[in-house]
Design a protein around this ligand. Structure first.
Ligand code: M6R
Length: 363
């Protein structure tokens, strides 16, 4: 039940520290700080990973690609299931197929999964519903443990999915000899810190709420990010358009000059996601470019990023300092809360947005 919250979505945003904590605990050994991924995947010999999914689950998969390729040097393809199933993808048996799905019932994702099975690939599914069709049909089930998600806009399932793929990335990196045991343990300890830092990040709710009314008057909103903040930019835009019906686009910040900058004017809020990581300077210069055209920047960063940010942002939202490994998890909360409070300002039906269903079992 909703408890003291107005909507399931708000409750589910607040459930995330616990949902991630339970999920992470299922993929690491908390005593030895090693990863412990269920199933007989031979990470060292694996040539490729193929992720298939829809919507927010697709975006979680894209986040997984950034993490797995960077840490484990293992090629990952991520594809929208409805595209994947109808074109003729070039698949190899020695790849692992991973379906990402909260419900485990999404028609296109299920069809894509069956397609991979028919090609002789090993299959895994990251699902919330462990009784679902996908969970029954795959070789390995990787459950998320965030509890049932009621709000149509996915929030806690997203961070739990990203938690699983983060643990997978660390495990694959170790098995493939890309990191040593000490580094594996360091990264696992970092991951175990995520729930506490997500809880800190949720405390930004008031700061985010204070800009929601302004944003609710916008016609278009742009979300920009680089590296793992690019998938989060996509997720921010999807969340906002789903529940507030404001047109929003997520873009790789480097694409700004290749089109979206034409949208920027004094009325356009631009959410820039930029913790102080190796991409920061580039994102900061994108920020200057949009401000020079009158864009109203909402800068979501961390304490070091706040110190180095160019002056002139409409508002700076400062998430807690964290290791880059878990920045996608920690920065998710303000992004979700912004969409939520903008939708509330607009008086929208947050848990049951128009035209949308929680589980899309027809294509
Ligand atoms: O149950 P699934 O994870 O397979 O669902 C996939 C999408 O339908 C879902 O993520 C959708 O995009 C959400 N409404 C996003 O908030």
């Amino acid at each position: 039940e909703k408890g003291n919250y107005r909507h399931f979505m708000e409750k589910e945003i607040h459930d995330q520290p616990e949902g991630c904590q339970r999920t992470i605990a299922a993929y690491v050994d908390t005593l030895t700080a090693h990863t412990a991924i269920p199933g007989e995947v031979d990470w060292a010999r694996l040539e490729r990973v193929q992720i298939v999914a829809c919507g927010t689950s697709y975006i979680a998969g894209l986040m997984g690609k950034y993490l797995i390729e960077q840490l484990a040097d293992l090629p990952v393809d991520v594809e929208i299931a409805s595209e994947f199933r109808y074109r003729q993808p070039a698949l190899r048996k020695d790849a692992l197929a991973i379906a990402m799905s909260q419900s485990g019932e999404t028609a296109d994702t299920l069809a894509a999964l069956r397609f991979c099975q028919a090609k002789g690939m090993m299959t895994a599914a990251v699902v919330n519903a462990v009784e679902s069709t996908m969970a029954r049909e795959v070789d390995v089930v990787w459950p998320i443990h965030c509890g049932p998600e009621i709000g149509v806009a996915s929030t806690k399932a997203f961070t739990a999915q990203v938690s699983v793929l983060t643990a997978v990335a660390v495990a694959a990196a170790r098995a493939r000899g890309r990191i040593d045991e000490a580094e594996e343990q360091r990264l696992v300890r970092v991951l175990l810190e995520a729930p506490r830092l997500i809880a800190e990040s949720i405390k930004l709710e008031e700061a985010v709420r204070s800009i929601a009314l302004d944003v609710s008057r916008a016609r278009d909103v742009l979300y920009l990010g680089r590296g793992p903040m690019y998938p989060l930019a996509l997720e921010g835009a999807l969340k906002l358009k789903e529940i507030s019906y404001i047109h929003a686009e997520g873009y790789a910040a480097g694409e700004l000059k290749h089109g979206p900058i034409a949208l920027v004017d004094e009325q356009t809020p631009i959410v820039i996601l930029a913790p102080f990581d190796s991409y920061f300077e580039k994102s900061a210069s994108n920020m200057q470019e949009v401000m020079a055209r009158g864009g109203q920047v909402i800068f979501i960063t961390d304490p070091e990023g706040e110190r180095h940010a160019p002056a002139g942002a409409r508002v700076v939202v400062t998430a807690p300092k964290c290791d880059p490994l878990i920045a996608p998890l920690v920065l998710s909360a303000p992004v979700q809360l912004l969409a939520y409070h903008v939708a509330v300002c607009k008086g929208a039906d947050v848990d049951q947005p128009r035209n949308l269903a929680k589980s899309v079992t027809v294509e």
